[in-house]
Write a protein that binds this ligand. Structure first.
Ligand code: ASP
Length: 350
């Protein structure tokens, strides 16, 4: 599985960033080292999936790249002013939740009842503060609600009607459940239903699974943060919660190790506590960030049938993307480098 087909390394002298990408058959590791002079860094993903170049319409691919750039710039504007990383994550991911092209907010994957039910979480690496919501159906921007749970309660996770009620009572924008449903996601649901009947009904296949969005940030104060938001998986069982709102599975941040946001087959990321295990390996087993992320994604999950990707960052601002799928929409920007994005696993961010 780890067979390396291609290694791409290059440095951008003017930007004081070095890029190094390693791609294998269906797996990709890309390292973006922040130079000594970076005051802040933001890196995002927009989900990992099986779509290849031929599968994506050019207009849609162009819009995905434009949305990723806009999200990086929205986060960067706050980081430049010295805002905490978690606020930059909310700004960046709100934009992607509002875009119908990602599996979060409007355009979220639909469950077996044809409803969008959202999971989101956020974590601050300085003090391990965290907030999450699961199974909400009326919060327009679930990542903002996760942030509100972190900022204004002493709890970590609220779910279902309780999450909706909390958001409505804390001044967050609400939406009718129909707002989230797009024709494209509805068609994906019909396709999944047609493909999967009987015992495999809850085992979705194909690209319809993916499109979750997430971000990791190093802010001006030197703190790491991570956040992730999703509609989960197409045709998911009513009430199913994935890894995204689970601190330690889909999201984790600690200044003493790293920040991680995951995307992929959530049941695997939960059982292997992927986000926390990557950071624990960095902190306790002396593995590099790229080694630790590969250990989880390539060595542990892939042989079991679990695919997906992570965006990770260490306290220096070094960013590592790892994916075991044909694409992972992603991007990175820092105080001294412009936004650069990529969609497929066989390209590097540019
Ligand atoms: N991890 C998400 C879930 O299983 C889905 C995804 O990232 O595409 O709910």
């Amino acid at each position: 599985m780890k067979e390396i087909q291609r290694i791409v390394c290059r440095s951008i002298a003017t930007a004081s960033l070095a890029l190094c990408g390693v791609a294998a058959a269906e797996s990709m590791t890309e390292v973006v080292a922040a130079g000594d002079t970076a005051n802040w860094v933001i890196a995002i993903h927009g989900g990992a999936g099986s779509a290849r170049r031929a599968d994506l319409e050019p207009e849609m691919e162009a819009q995905i790249r434009a949305d990723l750039i806009a999200a990086l710039e929205a986060g960067a504007a706050l980081l430049e002013q010295g805002a905490p990383g978690a606020e930059a994550i909310v700004a960046a991911l709100t934009l992607l939740e509002d875009s119908p092209l990602f599996n979060a907010g409007r355009g979220a994957a639909l469950d077996e009842h044809g409803q969008a039910r959202h999971d989101a979480s956020i974590m601050h690496g300085k003090d391990l503060a965290a907030g999450a919501i699961a199974g909400s159906s009326r919060i327009r921007n679930p990542i903002a609600a996760a942030h509100a749970v972190m900022a204004s309660t002493r709890n970590v996770m609220l779910h279902g009607d309780g999450a909706d009620w909390f958001a409505a009572n804390n001044g967050l924008e609400m939406a009718e459940p129909t707002y989230f449903i797009t024709a494209r996601r509805y068609q994906s649901l019909l396709d999944e239903r047609a493909k999967n009947t009987g015992p495999t009904a809850y085992v979705p296949s194909g690209d319809a699974l993916y499109g979750t969005v997430g971000a990791v940030v190093l802010d001006r104060a030197g703190n790491l943060s991570a956040g992730t938001t999703t509609g989960g998986r197409t045709n998911k069982r009513f009430g199913r919660i994935g890894d995204t709102p689970i601190i330690g599975a889909g999201t984790y941040a600690s200044n003493s190790s790293c920040a991680v946001s995951a995307t992929g087959h959530g049941e695997y990321f939960m059982r292997w506590t992927v986000a926390r295990d990557i950071c624990a390996r960095v902190e306790l087993a002396d593995e590099s960030l790229e080694q630790a992320a590969n250990t989880l994604l390539v060595d542990k999950l892939l042989p079991e049938g679990g695919t997906g990707g992570v965006v990770t960052m260490e306290p220096s601002g070094k960013t590592v993307f790892v994916a075991t799928t044909a694409n992972m929409r992603r991007g990175v920007m820092s105080s001294n480098t412009p936004p650069r994005v990529a969609v497929y696993s066989d390209e590097v961010v540019q």
